[in-house]
Ligand binder design. Structure first.
Ligand code: GLN
Length: 197
C-alpha cells in the first residue's frame, strides 16, 4: 500500500485524499516535519502559493522537503503546488519562493483574470481524456528539454503544457482532484510504484 502525503497547510486536501483512496493508496496529512516519515511521495495541493510558501517556512517543512526533493523523493504539485515546484515564478509576490525542482517558468493566474476559471477536456496522449478544471491557474510559459510534457492545452494562443514531469517531480496546472477522474493521480502512483522497485 503506497503511503502518499498530502501537504495540509492550506488548500484542497480532502479532494486529494478521496482520489488517492479511490486508487487504493493511503493518504496522510503532512503538517509538520515528522509527518514526512515513511512516505512514498507527496502531493502539494492547489490553494494559494503565497500562503503555502509562507506556511512551509513557519512549519519548518521547507528545508527537509527541499532535501527530500533534491534526493529524488516523488512529489506532485497541482495548481498552486505546481507554482511551488517551478524554477521560475512570474507575477509572484516579492516574498514568495519556490523549490525550483521543475525546469519550467510559470505565470501565476496566467490564463487571465477575466476568464479566471474554466473547464475543458485535456487529452493525455495515448492514455485517455480527463476534464481539466482550471481555477486561477498558473500557465507554463517556458519548459526545458528535460521536462516531459504529458498533456497540453491550446487556450487560443498555441499549445502550452498543463501536465508535466521531470524525473520524480510532477506538476499540473489544473485540479485533477476536483473531478471523478483518477487518471492523473494514477500516473503519479504508477511512477511511485516504479521508484519503489
Ligand atoms: N493563483 C493561485 C496562486 O497563485 C493558484 C490557484 C489555485 O491553486 N487554484 O497560488
Amino acid at each position: 500500500m503506497r503511503r502518499v502525503g498530502v501537504l495540509a497547510l492550506q488548500g484542497d486536501v480532502r479532494e486529494h485524499f478521496a482520489t488517492l483512496e479511490n486508487l487504493g493508496a493511503t493518504p496522510e496529512k503532512v503538517r509538520r516535519v515528522t509527518d514526512l516519515d515513511g512516505l512514498d511521495g507527496l502531493i502539494i495541493p492547489g490553494g494559494e502559493s503565497t500562503t503555502i510558501s509562507h506556511l512551509l517556512v513557519t512549519s519548518g517543512l521547507r528545508e527537509p522537503l527541499q532535501d527530500l526533493i533534491s534526493g529524488g523523493f516523488p512529489v506532485f504539485g497541482t495548481c498552486a503546488g505546481l507554482i511551488m515546484l517551478a524554477d521560475e515564478v512570474l507575477d509572484g509576490r516579492s516574498d514568495q519562493w519556490s523549490f525550483g525542482a521543475l525546469n519550467v517558468s510559470v505565470r501565476r493566474n496566467g490564463y487571465g483574470r477575466q476568464i479566471a476559471s474554466f473547464e475543458t477536456p485535456i487529452v493525455l496522449e495515448g492514455r485517455g481524456t480527463v476534464l481539466g478544471v482550471f481555477i486561477r491557474a498558473p500557465r507554463i510559459l517556458r519548459w526545458g528539454n528535460d521536462v516531459e510534457v504529458i498533456a497540453s492545452h491550446d487556450h487560443g494562443d498555441g499549445e502550452h503544457p498543463v501536465l508535466v514531469r521531470q524525473d520524480s517531480v510532477w506538476g499540473c496546472s489544473f485540479h485533477p482532484e476536483l473531478t471523478s477522474d483518477v487518471l492523473v493521480h494514477g500516473l503519479f502512483l504508477d511512477a511511485l510504484q516504479e521508484a519503489l522497485r
